[in-house]
Design a protein around this ligand. Structure first.
Ligand code: FAD
Length: 544
């Protein structure tokens, strides 16, 4: 059995058997974007890779971000020019390789009296940013006068407005990006298993880490995975793994929480993404996505449970206040909120710094046991982070007794799952072509295309009908067989983001989802173990 089966949930037993039966070059702990990137990089270089994730893929921070591939304006403010250059290059690569989930988006930055940026600073800051980040000519910044800015974004508060800068950021869907990267890794021979938790590390007689004891969270079986190298990519949980390794010394993680709220686009009809001052020295985003606008984020120290961080009333008041000050016409209140999410930033602690001042840089920690930990970082930089980690592993392998050699990183020049089109024409015309060819409503095809890109056709073909329900059934089946979906939460939260953007449709979809899960797994299968999804569904609009 090759790795390609491992994302078929109906083959889970075989996948577990395969994981135990071999020695892997690399065991990656964590199926967020960091672990996914490492698995993809290593697999495409030809390494034998296993990845285990204790929840669902991307269920940690990698489905709870602002969903931007940042060009790094904030780094410019902190004078970290190297990072600005690197992330500028990265977002261009991601747009080229995973264009169905990484789109350029205009961003308006209003200049206000007493705000973060003066007109002068923004003009030169964005000029420098365009040069450092290698921004395409067509996407370079434009400065707007006060009147132009007010025309551009009519709901903007005009009192105190001095003008605006218009530049480009890239919007993504973090959880989709993560699953596409994992699918790409699996296509290149990696094996990946969700709901599989590392509970203990295994060591050789000499104290070198040589694998892990893993528990199947959807069964109860414990099994061992043997590997030459073990990578800790557990995001907010990296210190728990370092603790298991008894190597938690020196730098520690610092967790901060960030919250986003979603309202109908009609309640906050921004024409573009807007990045604006809260008034307390921080800035937040308001981002249009289809029929919705979402905004955030907060940034507060967090010491609670990492699994299900909650949105509190204080978070809601803070964000509604900030939006209403910048867009007074909106008069948003709690009744407008259609959904929300909270995420934990895995940052590296720096003495005496406030949450917003902590660096977003990534760092590697090397333990005596050989365990390699990658901590900190951003969604945006995952490909480079992975390259760094896999370079270290490749070097160690070259120097080891086996003297195995692997080539350099390839992930900048491959197309990721969902972006395997024959040509850019095919990509651009995908929705039109498929809706014509299969007589499926354009709205449906567009929804599928924005999530699954070039895999959309397979879903439509397998649907056997062109109506909404047939397409939904086929989509659920596809995610079970090709994307490791085991629960309602996997499907509605991370594979389709419907809990955030389209929560009101979920009740209509649930009966169909129940039927499909029962058809595939049998009538006794529980698609919402522990009623996790039911709680997520409620807590998206109810605050502590
Ligand atoms: P995670 O996604 O948390 O993945 C780690 C995984 O390890 C988890 O899924 C967890 O379940 C698993 N795990 C832990 N322990 C074990 C174990 N024992 N066994 C098996 N698995 C285990 N970045 C950007 O570039 N752009 C943005 O717009 C942006 N906005 C953000 C907004 C907010 C509010 C937050 C919180 C972050 C934001 N970030 C952004 C940062 C970005 O989201 C994170 O840096 C990134 O998602 C971290 O990914 P990760 O894989 O390291 O961690």
């Amino acid at each position: 059995m090759g790795g390609s089966m491992s994302l078929d949930t109906t083959k889970r037993k075989e996948t577990i058997a395969k994981l135990q039966s071999e020695e892997w070059d690399l065991l990656v702990i964590g199926g967020g974007i960091t672990g996914a990137g490492i698995a993809m990089d290593a697999a495409t270089r030809g390494m034998k890779v296993a990845l285990v994730e204790m929840q669902d893929f991307a269920a940690g921070t990698s489905s709870r971000s602002t969903k931007l591939i940042h060009g790094g304006l904030r780094y410019l403010k902190q004078l970290e020019f190297g990072i600005v250059r690197e992330v500028g290059r990265e977002r261009a690569i991601l747009h080229r390789n995973a264009g169905h989930v990484v789109h350029p988006e205009q961003m308006l930055l209003p200049i206000v009296k007493g705000g973060t940026f003066s007109k002068f600073a923004l003009r030169w800051g964005l000029w420098l940013y365009d040069r450092l980040a290698g921004v395409r000519k067509s996407e370079r910044r434009t400065m707007l006068t006060r009147e132009e800015a007010a025309d551009f974004e009519p709901w903007l508060k005009v009192g105190g407005l001095l003008g605006a800068g218009l530049y480009h950021e890239y919007r993504t869907d973090d959880a989709r990006l993560t699953i596409e990267v994992i699918k790409t890794a699996v296509k290149h021979g990696a094996i990946a298993l969700n709901y599989a938790k590392v509970e203990q590390l295994c060591y050789s007689g000499r104290g070198a880490v040589v694998g892990a004891k893993v528990v199947d969270k959807r069964g109860s079986e414990q099994f061992e995975v043997k590997a030459k190298y073990v990578i800790n990519a557990a995001g907010p949980w990296v210190d728990a793994i370092r603790q298991m390794d008894r190597s938690l010394e020196g730098k520690r993680m610092h967790h901060t929480k960030g919250v986003h709220l979603v309202v109908p686009a009609s309640a906050l009809p921004v024409q573009n993404s807007v990045y604006f001052d809260v008034g307390d020295g921080r800035m937040i985003f308001a981002i249009p996505r289809g029929d919705w606008t979402y905004f955030g984020t907060t940034d507060t120290d967090y010491n609670g449970l990492l699994d299900h961080p909650a949105v509190t009333s204080a978070d809601v008041d803070y964000l509604l206040g900030a939006v209403n000050r910048m867009f007074p016409r909106a008069e948003l209140n709690r009744s407008h909120i259609e959904s929300s999410w909270a995420g934990i930033r895995p940052l590296i602690h720096q003495v005496g710094k406030d949450p917003s001042q902590l660096s977003r840089k990534d760092e590697l920690f090397f333990a005596k046991s050989g365990l390699i930990t990658i901590a900190g970082g951003k969604l945006t930089g995952f490909r480079k982070m992975a390259e760094k980690v896999v370079d270290v592993v490749a070097k160690r392998m070259r120097k080891s007794a086996e003297k195995k050699t692997f080539g350099p990183c390839k992930t900048h020049k491959i197309f990721y799952s969902g972006f395997e089109f024959f040509s850019s024409n095919e990509e651009e015309g995908n929705v039109y072509r498929l809706s014509l060819k299969y007589a499926v409503d354009k709205v449906e095809v567009h929804w599928l295309d924005s999530l699954f890109g070039s895999n959309t056709e397979a879903i439509i073909v397998a649907a056997g009908g062109t109506d909404k329900l047939s397409i939904l059934r086929s989509t659920i089946r596809y995610t079970i067989h090709h994307e490791g979906v085991m629960t309602f939460s996997d499907f509605f939260v991370r594979r389709t983001a419907m809990l955030y953007f389209g929560r009101k449709w979920i009740n209509d979809c649930l009966p169909t989802a129940k039927e499909v899960f029962a058809e595939v797994f049998g009538p006794d299968y529980d698609p919402d173990p522990g009623m996790v999804f039911e709680r997520e569904y409620q807590s998206a609009v109810e605050f502590e």
